[in-house]
Design a protein around this ligand. Structure first.
Ligand code: 5GP
Length: 201
C-alpha cells in the first residue's frame, strides 16, 4: 500500500551496525536488508545467501563490467557490491530496502537514486569506539588503529547523511531508526495510495 523506499545505512566498523540490523530484522517492520556480494572469505558462522553472496574476484569484476551493481567499493581490501536486480525485485514486492554499505558506496547510490534516504550511525565517542573494537580481541594493535583512522574519515562524512543516529543505548538506536522508517512511510508522497480506499477521492 505504501510506496517502497530505499535506505542506506552506513557506520564505522565497531559502531554496532550488525547488532542493530539483527534487532531491526527481529522486529519485522516491513524492511528488508539487501544481501551484498563480496570477495571477502566467510567468517565463522556466516552463511552464503544470508550474510553475503560470497563470490570470486573474477566473478565480481565480470559483474562490474556488465553493470550489474547499483554500487560497489573496495572496503578493507575486499570488493563489496549491491546487486541492482536483487534490490529492484525486493522493492517491486513492496518492501522498503536497506543497504548496509560503506560511505563510498553510499555516495554512489546517492548520485544514482534521487530519493534514497541515508542514515549514519555514530558511536557515542571515539573513546567508546576504541573500547568496543579492542573488546573484540580479534585484531592486532595495528589493525585496530587502522580501523580507528578509517572511522574518523567516515565520521567526517556523517553530516552529508539525512539522519544521524547515535548508538549509545542499543534499544534507543533501534527505535530511532524504526521511527525514521515509520515516519517516512507516513509522508504524503509515500501514502497517497491509501486514499484509493475512499470512493470518489
Ligand atoms: P564486513 O566485512 O565487516 O561485513 O563489512 C565491512 C564493510 O563493508 C562495512 O562497512 C559494510 O557496511 C560494508 N559493505 C557491506 N556490503 C557492502 C556493499 O554491498 N557495498 C559497499 N559499498 N559496502 C558494503
Amino acid at each position: 500500500m505504501y510506496t517502497s523506499r530505499l535506505y542506506v545505512i552506513s557506520a564505522p566498523s565497531g559502531t554496532g551496525k550488525t547488532t542493530i540490523r539483527r534487532e531491526i530484522e527481529k522486529l519485522s517492520v516491513g524492511v528488508k536488508y539487501s544481501i551484498s556480494c563480496t570477495t571477502r572469505k566467510p567468517r565463522i558462522g556466516e552463511k552464503e545467501g544470508i550474510d553475503y553472496f560470497f563470490i570470486s574476484e573474477a566473478e565480481f569484476e565480470s559483474r562490474v563490467r556488465k553493470g550489474q551493481f547499483l554500487e560497489w567499493a573496495v572496503v578493507f581490501g575486499n570488493y563489496y557490491g549491491t546487486d541492482k536486480l536483487y534490490v529492484e525485485k525486493l522493492m517491486s514486492e513492496g518492501h522498503d530496502v536497506v543497504l548496509d554499505i560503506d560511505v563510498k558506496g553510499a555516495s554512489q547510490v546517492k548520485a544514482r537514486v534521487r530519493d534514497v534516504i541515508t542514515i549514519f550511525i555514530l558511536p557515542p565517542s571515539m573513546e567508546v569506539l576504541r573500547e568496543r573494537l579492542a573488546g573484540r580481541k580479534t585484531e592486532s594493535e595495528e589493525a585496530l588503529n587502522s580501523r580507528l583512522d578509517e572511522a574518523k574519515k567516515e565520521i567526517m562524512l556523517a553530516a552529508w547523511y539525512d539522519y544521524i543516529v547515535v548508538n549509545d543505548v542499543l534499544e534507543e538506536a533501534v527505535q530511532n531508526i524504526v521511527s525514521i522508517f515509520r515516519a517516512t512511510r507516513c509522508k504524503r508522497e509515500n501514502s497517497l495510495r491509501l486514499l484509493d480506499r475512499f470512493p470518489g477521492y
